[in-house]
Design a protein around this ligand. Structure first.
Ligand code: COA
Length: 114
């Protein structure tokens, strides 16, 4: 199931007709996509769904080279997930996210290409 509007792109992961995960992302520039949110139902963690949701971005926006996001510093599992996918911690930030509690991450050019 896919819903697109002017700003947000919403993609859901569906198993047996149930939503088990989803991602929201925004194209900021022709080659730059910001990941607003990603989540997978806990009973489906570790099955590759989060990875697929991120890689799927390239199907929507094939010109994507840069991916970026902001994540809670305390969310170590998510940080490890993004690092596994080739993201690294950078000084990327977004309005409204304090650097005290949040950290920016971007994909390394040599690793994941969306
Ligand atoms: C982060 C999240 C989206 C990952 O989804 P997922 O479908 O479980 O991820 P995948 O199965 O694709 O995992 C890919 C790799 O990421 C790493 N990873 C995933 N979850 C991890 C965890 N809890 N701890 C450490 N590494 C983890 C692993 O290296 C994994 O590869 P492996 O299974 O071969 O070891 C999911 O845990 C989640 O929804 N968390 C709660 C919401 C959240 O924190 N969202 C991100 C902030 S907005």
């Amino acid at each position: 199931m896919v819903k697109k509007d002017k700003k947000f792109n919403v993609v859901a992961a569906i198993k047996n007709e149930k939503v088990v995960g989803g991602i929201i992302f925004t194209r900021k520039k022709p080659d730059f996509v910001y990941i607003d949110l990603i989540g997978v139902s806990p009973e489906f963690w570790g099955k590759g769904i989060g990875t697929k949701l991120i890689k799927n971005i390239k199907k929507f926006f094939p010109k994507t080279k840069k991916l970026a996001l902001v994540v809670r510093r305390a969310n170590l599992p998510a940080i490890l997930f993004y690092e596994k996918l080739g993201f690294e911690i950078t000084d990327f930030t977004q309005p409204g996210y304090s650097r005290t509690h949040f950290v920016g991450m971007e994909n390394k050019p040599t690793t994941i290409q969306a």
